[in-house]
Design a protein. Structure first.
Length: 320
């Protein structure tokens, strides 16, 4: 087995080929990937079938590479970004460098389980869901920007009406995307069941369930700790010897959409879900700040939802 490390960005892919300790930069295009594969066939010859492409799922940037591997039956090890970050720390890889990143990804083959090395399968429904979630994120961001801008303008400003019209248009676009997402989930028997199962959690509504399920299918091979981290809810402590000892806070190095979609479910849970309400109150009684306690409940919710998704089951109070 020969692992080819590929660090994917928007326009280029940094490639590490271990056979000659070779570093390359290719265009992130079909022609660029085809040229790379032709070079690899010359280098590995009869052993070309033993190649494994190792890369991270870099949003839409890695889709072309994944599609090429699926069409050419190239085995891939698609690495969880948090896993590669932790591996980098273990290897003493502290500085961000695309060439070094490609080399690091190549070495990560030693961490792969047998079932993680496989020819990718392109699931058109899941890919369309991913694209729609990207559009949804953009629309929500634009809504926030317009709303904030309206708040900063004079109440009688002539431009406010135009901004309000734009905001209403974006709300309608948001509704259309949600409807399209629901339609896609309903086309797939498993996904439709997963969506309904997640909604059995008290406080989790339609939109929150859509966002969470989209997050889970984007990172399918994750454990509870990793899925929390990929939502940016993992705690980090700022400290440096005795000179700096800051408060523990969440990393926010993950899906902002996930965190935002869980805000209202948290508010509902601490009022109407007896087990989560008790959990929240215990934290408050132990002196935790309100925000810290709410974030702890948010972590609980995403862990519960992830467990329901993984185990194909409905909500139970025993899961808390």
């Amino acid at each position: 087995m020969y692992s080819i490390g590929l660090d994917v960005s928007k326009s280029t892919i940094n490639v590490y080929i271990p056979i000659n300790d070779l570093d390359l930069i290719i265009d992130n295009s079909l022609n660029g990937i085809k040229s790379l594969y032709s070079k690899l066939k010359k280098l590995y010859k009869k052993e070309i079938d033993k190649l494994v492409f190792v890369y991270e799922p870099t949003a839409n940037y890695s889709f072309l590479l994944k599609q090429f591997c699926a069409n050419k039956n190239i085995k891939s090890f698609i690495v969880n970004p948090k896993k590669s970050s932790n591996f980098a720390k273990v290897m003493g890889h502290r500085n961000k460098n695309d060439i070094k990143d490609a080399q690091l990804l190549s070495k990560m083959i030693v961490t792969a389980k047998d079932d993680e090395i496989r020819i990718p399968i392109i699931d058109t429904i899941k890919e369309e869901i991913k694209d729609l979630i990207g559009c949804y994120k953009l629309i929500i961001k634009q809504q926030v920007q317009i709303k904030n801008h309206i708040g900063n303008l004079n109440a009688k400003g002539s431009y406010i009406k135009e901004l309000e019209t734009q905001y209403k248009f974006l709300k309608k676009q948001e509704e259309k995307i949600i409807d399209k997402l629901l339609s896609l989930f309903m086309k797939d028997e498993k996904l439709s069941k997963d969506l309904l199962n997640i909604q059995t959690i008290p406080g989790i509504g339609k939109i929150s369930a859509i966002v969470l399920l989209s997050h889970f299918i984007h990172y399918p091979n994750t454990n509870q700790r990793q899925i929390v981290s990929l939502a940016g809810l993992d705690p980090i402590e700022k400290s440096s010897g005795i000179s700096v000892n800051g408060k523990t806070r969440i990393s926010k190095a993950g899906s902002k959409l996930c965190r935002a979609s869980l805000f209202m479910p948290v508010m509902v849970s601490i009022q109407h879900n007896e087990r989560l309400k008790d959990f929240y109150n215990r934290l408050k009684e132990n002196g935790k700040h309100t925000t810290v306690a709410q974030i702890a409940v948010m972590r609980k919710l995403i862990i519960i939802a992830h467990s329901i998704y993984k185990n194909n089951e409905k909500y139970s109070h025993n899961k808390i």
